[in-house]
Design a protein around this ligand. Structure first.
Ligand code: SF4
Ligand code: SF4
Length: 255
């Protein structure tokens, strides 16, 4: 492992607090006032909006996936049984199985859509972890502590989106080019998308959002009515994955 993971997580948390309210994060958050800042403090609620029309224009593009893998030392493993996924693509019918077989979304059928951890407001993965190796931050990001994880995989069983991967093999020799600024993981721990919390702590946006040349991904503060994500959600119908489960995902899809 290139960086002490516990120290990294602690530092990232402190940095996140330090930069809240800086100009860079305000750019992500927008200009409006937050709707519900607990205890009067300015705490964002991070969320993502995926524009399926824009993403589909670049069919076959995997720039967001490659950028995430580069940023987070995600190993490339050819076998499905061993693969590690932070952001990946699913056929529309599988990602939105609850949509039924109507004709309304005919244009989307058979298309691949990007999926990732939903950073659920009500995350079942967090509830089942026996050692508190995963938890939800005040800003909504569902975190992982890879030092603490004992590899029981309860969280994987609880996640209804398949958003968590287990390192069956040592991932380190399988990372294409190690990014020294992000920790590598070991065999026997679970990992997933972290909403690029380490980049947010530096006032930057997520790597996948930055990499998308079609600007199909937007990221920002869902509590802020003036943010880009809220504007996008206002302007067109959006859906979330498996809303019937009550997990309250913070990743939205504009149809
Ligand atoms: S998508 Fe899965 S891993 Fe992510 S917060 Fe929700 S339940 Fe947890
Ligand atoms: S938000 Fe960051 S960690 Fe999550 S899929 Fe995008 S690049 Fe990967």
């Amino acid at each position: 492992m290139s960086v002490d993971r516990r120290a990294f997580l602690g530092a990232a948390g402190l940095c996140a607090l330090a930069v809240t309210g800086t100009r860079s994060l305000e750019a992500l958050a927008g200009t409006g006032r937050p709707e519900t800042a607990p205890q009067g403090r300015r705490v964002p609620r991070w969320g993502m909006v995926v524009d399926l029309r824009r993403c589909l224009q670049a069919d076959g593009c995997t720039d967001c996936i490659a950028a995430c893998e580069r940023a987070h030392n995600v190993p490339r493993l050819p076998s499905r049984a061993h693969e590690v996924k932070w952001i990946w693509r699913e056929p529309y019918e599988r990602a939105f199985a609850q949509r039924g077989s109507g004709y309304a979304d005919e244009a989307l059928r058979g298309k691949l859509v990007p999926v990732l951890c939903n950073h659920c407001d009500n995350p079942p993965c967090v509830r089942v972890c026996p050692v508190k190796a995963t938890w939800k931050r005040e800003d909504g990001i569902v975190m992982m502590d890879w030092h603490r994880c004992i590899g029981c995989r309860y969280c994987m069983a609880a996640c209804p989106y398949g958003a968590r991967s287990f390192n069956w093999l040592d991932p380190r020799p399988r990372v294409k080019e190690v990014n020294p600024d992000f920790p590598t993981r070991t065999r026997g721990v679970v990992e997933k998308c972290n909403f690029c919390e380490e980049r947010l702590a530096q006032g930057r946006g997520p790597a996948c959002v930055e990499a998308c040349r079609e600007r199909a991904l937007a990221f920002g503060d869902l509590r802020d009515p003036g943010s880009q994500v809220r504007e996008q959600l206002r302007s067109r119908h959006a859906m979330r994955r498996k809303p019937e489960l009550g997990t309250e995902p913070s990743v939205y899809y504009r149809a």
